[in-house]
Design a protein around this ligand. Structure first.
Ligand code: ADP
Ligand code: MG
Length: 704
C-alpha cells in the first residue's frame, strides 16, 4: 500500500496541454490566435497549427511521450485511437528526428471502414477524417504502452457527415449558445458573450476480483452475469451504501484519483453505492464537451487501474440480476462566460422572470421530446434497469420540488406568482448541534429528470453509455424552446406582458410532464398512462423516435443532424442491440453446453453412486434419490431451454438486418435466454458448491 504523500495541487493537470502550458510555451501571437479559435469558433490556419504542434510535441516528449493519437468517440460507444510515433523517416546518418506537424495535429485519416456508419458510407469509401477539437485540451496518458499524447478529435466521413458523438455535440452546443444569447439579450443582458451547457456526470461501477472474473465467460464476453442465483444476503440491509470503504477499494480509489487529476479530470466525490461491490465517482462539472470526454477518460481509468489492483471494473448497467444496477446521472445547467447560471432560481424564484421563462422552456422541451430523451438513454444494458424498482421508470417526467412546484401552480392557476416558499430552519432537537438552514426543496431520488437546486439531473443514462447523446438531445430541445420563445418575444410590443403570457402558456402546455411523487410506484405508471405520457420500455421500441418527422425537423433546424445522419444512427442502434443480444445468447449457449450441463451430469452420477451405495449398505436412500430426481428434472428443463435458445438464435441471424432483426432478438431471443437461466439458477442452489463450475454471486460481490 502506498502511503507516499501527494500534493493534489501540484499534480493536478500536470499531463494536460492546458491554458497555463500554452501561455508559457506558445508565442504570444499564436496563443492569441488559438484562444480566438477556442472562444469564438474561428478557424485555425495551418501556420498557427504548425507552431502549436511543434510546442505540443516538445512538451509531450518531455513527459516521456513517444506516440500521439487522435482520440475520438465513434458510434461504437468506446473511444478509438490509432497510435503514430513521432519519428520521421530515417536520415542518411541513420538517425531519426521527432516530428509532428500542424497538419498531423488538426487532421487525421484513420481507415474508417470498420467503424459503424449505419449506411452513411459504403465500405469502399473508407475515408474518414478526425479533426482536432481544440476546445478540449490534449493530454499525455501514461499506461503500459508508455506515454501517449492524446488529441481529442471529431470524426467525420469524406462527405462531412458525423461518424461520432463529438461532432453533433459541438453542433448542439452552438445551437444552445445562439438561442440562449438571444434570450439573455431580451432581458437586457449585453455583457455575456457565450453560453455553454455545464455538465457533471456521476459514474457508478462495480469492482470484482480479477481471478474470479476470469472464471466467468459471461463477464468476459458480455460484461454482465447471464446466470447466477442470489446469495443468502443481498443489499437488503443497506449496509453498503455510504459504508466505510474497504482498504483494497480505498487504495484503488486513491490511484484512480491520482491518475485522473494528472490528466486534469477533477475527480471530487467517491462513495460506496447501494449494492455490495458498487461504487460511485463524480468529478466537478465542466463544459459539456469536456465533461463528455472526461467521462470517457474516467471509464478507461477505472478499468485500467482496477486491473493494476487485481480487480475488474464492471461498467455494465446490470452486472447482477436481483442486485441494483449502475447508472450515470447527467447533471446539466446552462452557464454564461461571465458566470451566470441560467438555472439559478435565486431566493425568490417567483420574481425571477428570466428564470421562470427558462424553466418553462425546459418543461415544454422535455414534454415535447420525451421520446428523444428516453431514446438518448437507451442501450442494451439499460433495458434491464429502466422501469425496474431501482432506476427511474422508462417514463419521462420532471420533478421540481416543493418551492418551484408551488410557483408553477400559482402561475398555472392565476397567471401570476406572488410568493415563494421558504426553506426555514431544520431543528435537530439537539442543543449542541447547529440549526441547519433547510433547502426549500427536498430531494426526490425516483424522478428521471429532477431539478436539484440550480441544475437538472437526468438520471436515466446507463453506466456504460457515453453521455454525449443525452446532452446532444438536451441542448437541442432546449435551444428549440428558447428559439420559439424568442421568435415571439422579439416581436412583442409589450415585453413584460408577452413574457408573462408565454411562461403561463408553456407551463400549462407541459403540465402533464411534471410529477413530484414516487416514480417507482405502480400508481405512477397507471397515472402516466392516463396522462398520455409515453412509456417506452425497451431500447428497440425507443429507436423509432430518432427518425420521426418531429425529430428530423428539430435537428435539421439547428443543424445538429441531417436526416441522413439520423437514419444512420437509428440503423446503428438496431445493429448494436442485435449484436449485443447475439453475443449474450451465444455465451449462454456456450456456458450451458460446455459448463453447466457437463457439471450437473457429473453431479448426477455422484448422486446415483451415492444412492446405490446407501442402498447396498441396507439403508433407505429416499432422500438421496429425491435429490437425484430433482436435479435430473432440472437438467432436462435446462436441455430443453437450451435447444429453444439455440433455435431462436439461429433464426435471428437469418433475419433482415436492422429493425426486423433487432425486434426479433428482443421479442424471441431475450425471453429464451431468460427461460434458460431459470433452471440453471435453481440447479446452482441445490448442486454441491464444489461441483459448480464457476464463482457464485456471493463469491463475486461479497469477497472483493
Ligand atoms: P448529488 O448530491 O446528486 O451527488 P452533487 O452536488 O454531488 O450532487 O453533484 C453531482 C454532480 O453535479 C457533480 O458532478 C457536480 O459537479 C455537478 N454539478 C453541480 N452543480 C452543477 C451545475 N450547476 N451544473 C451542472 N452540474 C453541476
Ligand atoms: Mg446525484
Amino acid at each position: 500500500m502506498s502511503t507516499e504523500l501527494i500534493n493534489v495541487a501540484d499534480i493536478f493537470g500536470e499531463n494536460v496541454f492546458n491554458d497555463t502550458v500554452m501561455q508559457e510555451r506558445l508565442p504570444k501571437k499564436i496563443y492569441k490566435n488559438l484562444k480566438k479559435t477556442i472562444e469564438e469558433g474561428k478557424e485555425l490556419d495551418l501556420e498557427t497549427a504548425d507552431v502549436i504542434a511543434h510546442e505540443m510535441k516538445e512538451w509531450a516528449i518531455e513527459k516521456g511521450a513517444t506516440h500521439y493519437t487522435h482520440w475520438f468517440l465513434p458510434l461504437t460507444g468506446v473511444t478509438a485511437e490509432k497510435h503514430d510515433s513521432f519519428i520521421s523517416a530515417p536520415l542518411p546518418s541513420g538517425k531519426v528526428l521527432m516530428s509532428f506537424s500542424g497538419k498531423e495535429l488538426i487532421k487525421g485519416e484513420p481507415d474508417a471502414s470498420s467503424f459503424p456508419s449505419g449506411g452513411l458510407r459504403a465500405t469502399f469509401e473508407a475515408r474518414g477524417y478526425t479533426a482536432w477539437d481544440c476546445t478540449s485540451p490534449a493530454f499525455v496518458r501514461q499506461d503500459a504502452a508508455g506515454a501517449t499524447l492524446c488529441i481529442p478529435t471529431a470524426f467525420c466521413s469524406y462527405t462531412g457527415e458525423a461518424l461520432d458523438q463529438k461532432t453533433p455535440l459541438l453542433r448542439s452546443m452552438e445551437a444552445i449558445n445562439t438561442q440562449a444569447l438571444r434570450l439573455l439579450r431580451l432581458f437586457g443582458n449585453t455583457t455575456s458573450k457565450k453560453v455553454t451547457p455545464s455538465v457533471g456526470v456521476e459514474q457508478e461501477y462495480f469492482l470484482v476480483d480479477a481471478e474470479k472474473f476470469m472464471q466467468r465467460k459471461d463477464l468476459i464476453y458480455t460484461g454482465r452475469t447471464l446466470f447466477g442465483a442470489m446469495p443468502p444476503k443481498g443489499q437488503e440491509l443497506d449496509d453498503h451504501y455510504f459504508g466505510t470503504i474497504r482498504q483494497r477499494i480505498a487504495s484503488f480509489m486513491r490511484d484512480v484519483n491520482i491518475e485522473l487529476w494528472k490528466v486534469g479530470v477533477s475527480a471530487k466525490t467517491q462513495h460506496n453505492e447501494v449494492a455490495p461491490a458498487q461504487h460511485e465517482l463524480a468529478p466537478i462539472y465542466a463544459e459539456a464537451n469536456i465533461a463528455v470526454d472526461h467521462n470517457q477518460i474516467i471509464m478507461q481509468t477505472l478499468k485500467r487501474v482496477a486491473c493494476q489492483h487485481g480487480m475488474k471494473c464492471l461498467l455494465h448497467e446490470k452486472p447482477f440480476a436481483g442486485v441494483n444496477g449502475s447508472g450515470k446521472h447527467d447533471n446539466w445547467s446552462i452557464t454564461t462566460d461571465d458566470g451566470i447560471n441560467m438555472l439559478e432560481p435565486g431566493k425568490t424564484p417567483h420574481e425571477n422572470t428570466q428564470f421562470l421563462l427558462v424553466l418553462a422552456c425546459i418543461l415544454k422541451a422535455v414534454y415535447k421530446h420525451a421520446d428523444l430523451l428516453r431514446q438518448s438513454a437507451a442501450d442494451p444494458g439499460n433495458d434491464h434497469r429502466l422501469g425496474a424498482n431501482e432506476a427511474p421508470p422508462a417514463i419521462i417526467s420532471v420533478f421540481l420540488g416543493e418551492q418551484l412546484e408551488d410557483v408553477r401552480q400559482q402561475l398555472i392557476s392565476t397567471g401570476t406568482a406572488t410568493h415563494s416558499l421558504k426553506g426555514g430552519k431544520l431543528e435537530t432537537g439537539v442543543a449542541t448541534l447547529p440549526d441547519l438552514s433547510k433547502d426549500a426543496t427536498d430531494r426526490n431520488r425516483t424522478s428521471p429528470f429532477a431539478f436539484t437546486g440550480n441544475k437538472f439531473e437526468f438520471r436515466m443514462v446507463g453506466s456504460r453509455d457515453s453521455v454525449a447523446n443525452p446532452n446532444i438531445v438536451l441542448n437541442t430541445i432546449v435551444a428549440e424552446a428558447f428559439a420559439d420563445a424568442c421568435d415571439v418575444l422579439e416581436k412583442a410590443d409589450d415585453f413584460e406582458l408577452a413574457v408573462h403570457d408565454l411562461i403561463k402558456e408553456y407551463m400549462v402546455e407541459s403540465d402533464k410532464v411534471v410529477f413530484n411523487g414516487n416514480g417507482y410506484s405502480d400508481e405512477w405508471v397507471a397515472e402516466a398512462e392516463r396522462r398520455g405520457l409515453p412509456n417506452i420500455k425497451s431500447m428497440v421500441e425507443s429507436i423509432p423516435a430518432i427518425t420521426t418527422d418531429k425529430a428530423v425537423a428539430l435537428f435539421e433546424r439547428f443543424s445538429v443532424f441531417t436526416k441522413a445522419e439520423l437514419e444512420s444512427r437509428a440503423e446503428i442502434e438496431y445493429e448494436a442491440y442485435a449484436k449485443a443480444v447475439n453475443i449474450e445468447a451465444r455465451t449462454m449457449i456456450d456456458m450451458a453446453s460446455k459448463q453447466f450441463i457437463p457439471a450437473v451430469m457429473k453431479y448426477t452420477k455422484q448422486l446415483a453412486d451415492t444412492v446405490i451405495a446407501v442402498k447396498e449398505a441396507g439403508v433407505d436412500a429416499e432422500v438421496q434419490a429425491e435429490a437425484l430426481t430433482e436435479v435430473s428434472v432440472l437438467l432436462k428443463e435446462t436441455k430443453e431451454a437450451l435447444a429453444t435458445l439455440k433455435k431462436v438464435t439461429e433464426e435471428a441471424a437469418e433475419k433482415e438486418e436492422g429493425e426486423v432483426q433487432a425486434t426479433y432478438y428482443h421479442s424471441e431471443v431475450v425471453p429464451a435466454m431468460e427461460a434458460l437461466r431459470v433452471p440453471v439458477d435453481k440447479l446452482e442452489m441445490i448442486v454441491d458448491k464444489e461441483a459448480w463450475p464457476m464463482p457464485s454471486y456471493g463469491d463475486l460481490i461479497f469477497e472483493v
